[in-house]
Unconditional design. Structure first.
Length: 166
């Protein structure tokens, strides 16, 4: 039986830096790797990933919704892991708040934009961040990525998710 796991992640930007989390070594998913902040969607949030994202940001950083501007969905990544389909909604936004709390999820750091790709992420997040750093800052499209195994390597199939109605 295939089950579903839906999650949200936020990459917050402040004055040339991104807020990243080095995940704790005891985490079930992606222990010890770098990520944005986020987590699993609650049952009541399944159709509202933005609300889930704001909740996760506040729980993991202490940054409240009113301290975040222009939080936009830019990526949806779908992948299969054994008998589970994992779908991640990835948001990027701005905050002027630099102070963050620490939780048992991992440690938070402000990382210079130019050093964003110098961290160890999950394979799907590595490919997504490589795509993000190459795209135009004016490109506000949502990209959907479907991960597949191509001869033992991750291949991400990107598509722009746009309104097809003419």
């Amino acid at each position: 039986m295939i089950t579903l796991r839906n999650g949200v992640t936020a990459f917050l930007h402040n004055n040339g830096e991104y807020l990243l989390m080095k995940r704790a070594d005891n985490r079930k998913i992606a222990p010890g790797v770098w990520s944005g902040v986020g987590g699993h969607m609650e049952q009541s949030e399944i159709n509202d990933p933005l609300t889930a994202c704001y909740r996760e940001i506040e729980e993991e950083t202490g940054i409240s919704r009113d301290k975040i501007s222009s939080l936009k969905l830019l990526y949806i990544i779908t992948r299969r892991s054994k008998d589970e389909i994992r779908q991640s909604y990835i948001y990027f936004g701005e905050t002027a708040q630099e102070e963050v709390i620490q939780t048992d999820e991992g440690n938070l750091f402000w990382i210079a934009e130019g050093a964003l790709l110098e961290r160890e992420y999950t394979k799907t997040f590595t490919v997504m961040l490589e795509h993000y750093t190459r795209r135009s800052r004016d490109d506000r499209a949502v990209y959907v990525g479907v991960a597949e195994n191509s001869n033992g390597r991750l291949r991400m199939n990107w598509a722009r998710c746009v309104d097809f109605e003419l």
